[in-house]
Design a protein around this ligand. Sequence first.
Ligand code: SAM
Ligand code: DTB
Ligand code: SF4
Length: 368
Amino acid sequence: MKINPAYNTRENITELYNKPLLELVYEAATLHRKYHDPSEVQMSSLISVKTGGCTEDCGYCPQSAKYNTDVEAHKLMTVESVVEQAKTAKANGSSRLCMGAAWREVRDNKDFDDVIEMVQEVNSLGMEVCCTLGMMNEEQALRLKNAGLYAYNHNLDSSEEFYADIISTRDYQNRLDTIDNARKAGISVCSGGIIGMGETIDDRIGLLMSYVAMDTPPESIPINALVAVEGTPLEDQKPIDSWELIRMIATTRIVFPQSVVRLSAGRTQMSTEAQAMCFMAGANSIFAGDKLLTTPNPEFNEDAQMFELLGLTPKVPFKDGEQPKSHLDEKIEMKKKEQVRREQELKEAREKAEANGFAPRKVTVTQD
Ligand code: SAM
Ligand code: DTB
Ligand code: SF4
């Protein structure tokens, strides 16, 4: 039951969303127990591998170059430092590592080659690797899949109607196309939204309806509470009430009984009691570690205490699917061969020149 047949229209999902809260949570908890082990919660860690300077204008995002926020732009991290951070996340109980880049879309350049290597390396640590790199085409999705990517995160954020109010530099269909490309490449889909941006309840239901309309809904659905960051157009949005988040999580759990529902951004403002209600309502994943991409998140040890208190255990990797194999990447291999060929040519030219009595000239070979 990937989509609950009892709740697959706008009308009956709205009715569900508006049920008395405890009824809604009870129904969600009951279904949750049928399809999942309620004591298990997936811990996923985020690394912002490329921060800030993004050309998009997503109204909620501190990484857009259009807004004046405290986020400093950084170029792509090195493969080594990503692997170091991944090891720490694994040692702290995370089974999944999600690498985020402040890109509008993936480009076929050296940075993408490096991301491919990051995916290979983190997959070889035995973690589920997820990326969120903006839009991508089918060929790029396949390269990521062959590198060992497990999941791709690409949020629809809200309803199609509300989308244009928060983003003008791309449209909803662009997002749907990228999700489709991930799906076609055999990558598990992670897609969800944000509440607290000024959207209506209809918009929240509209987000869920976009997933109901898919042949296969996302395996993983993150529900974020807006982190209102100074300098963004949504800086003055009031924090949403925890009850609204609990209601949204319970509704998502009931409509998509088999998906993983992630209690995502916004946990620093929530009490342990409110988070406990989210787990009761069917949330079975969190982002772990003291930072999301650029904003704070509870520390590993705070979450460890909460897990202990609530009797929760971290989910082990690859419980819902096989570990993908990392294959050699054709493009990177071709580049390496080309580099070897050019170095050989230069060596021969130097030897020939020296044999003819010319002084050697210093030449540096750079890789594109
Ligand atoms: N650039 C890529 C993209 O937009 O898909 C990947 C990174 S982007 C930061 C990933 C997601 O983070 C967004 O789709 C949005 O749902 C979420 N996000 C960004 N800023 C947020 C904020 N201030 N509060 C809550 N969620 C946020
Ligand atoms: C998702 O749904 N939430 C995460 C992850 N996917 C990439 C990102 C939350 C970002 C919150 C704002 C920030 O830290 O920059
Ligand atoms: Fe760029 Fe992603 Fe932020 Fe939008 S959400 S501005 S695409 S980093």
